[in-house]
Design a protein around this ligand. Structure first.
Ligand code: ADP
Ligand code: MG
Length: 247
């Protein structure tokens, strides 16, 4: 098997006496979706915040593309190839879909002083934004104001904005939240397309989507991994049945 794009080793995050994430290890590979499920408070969001650098781990190690990035700032981790979507918070509602994606693409452009380098990076930024828009399935909405597209399309836009920075690893925290059936199906199809070129960590409550998408499944309860492996095996695990899926 190839090297993981992201490797987390024995991550622990304590908030006072509470171990929100307790000794969690996982590897993410290109072409695979690794789903993380668990009841509320299990530590799923804290885990994504550790991987993105938004929170420093208490102990443990995070490698991106073979390089140790533990304790690095989110901007550094983002530049090293990790993309995460922040639910709607960085969409500018009065701007068009294209302008939002273009701005996200620009946030990653190098600050070159020379006019030739700037011209090259201008074309490159446009090309990256164009690819992201296309991959996220939003090309038909490009000239609409972001505030006027549907909730599901806004979630697609968040993903397009993340893609515009050309990450190799994508962290998605509940991308199907609040979606109706049609929107959810469209998002599942989008995630299938994304995994071809990316390593994906998917935190999601929608079990139909999880079992349709996941190549690997980790179950967390109270900060700890209680099962991890092939989705079918994890589903059959007695501890998982008792703790979560059996409810
Ligand atoms: P999940 O996403 O699985 O619902 P979280 O990662 O949000 O779980 O939370 C895991 C646990 O950590 C919860 O008990 C939560 O209250 C606690 N927690 C999360 N963030 C903080 C924080 N910044 N300070 C203190 N406790 C936190
Ligand atoms: Mg959460």
């Amino acid at each position: 098997m190839s090297e993981p794009l992201l490797r987390a080793t024995q991550l622990t995050k304590r908030f006072g006496g509470l171990a929100a994430v307790n000794d969690v290890s996982l590897d993410l590979f290109r072409g695979r979706i690794h789903a993380v499920i668990g009841p509320n408070g299990a530590g799923k969001s804290t885990l994504t915040n550790l991987l993105s650098g938004d929170l420093p781990p208490t102990t443990g190690r995070i490698e991106l593309g073979g390089r140790d990035v533990t304790g690095r700032k989110p901007e550094r981790i983002s530049r090293a190839g990790l993309g995460r979507s922040y639910q709607k918070t960085n969409i500018f509602l009065p701007f068009t879909v294209w302008e939002n994606v273009r701005l996200a693409a620009q946030s990653r452009a190098p600050r070159a002083a020379h006019w030739l380098a700037r011209a090259t990076s201008f074309a490159d930024t446009n090309a990256r934004a164009e690819r992201a828009l296309e991959l996220a399935g939003l090309a038909p909405r490009r000239d609409m104001v972001a505030g006027a597209i549907s909730h599901g399309e806004q979630r697609q836009l968040e993903i397009a904005m993340t893609l515009a920075t050309e990450p190799s690893v994508l962290l998605l925290d509940e991308p199907l939240a609040g979606m109706g059936t049609v929107e959810a199906e469209r998002m599942v199809a989008l995630l299938q397309r994304l995994k071809v070129e990316h390593a994906v960590l998917l935190v999601e409550h929608d079990m139909d989507a999880v079992f349709a998408l996941a190549d690997r499944l980790t179950v967390m309860v109270n900060g700890q991994v209680i099962a991890s492996g092939e989705p079918a095996q994890v589903r059959a695990d007695e501890n998982v049945q008792a703790a979560y899926l059996g409810e």
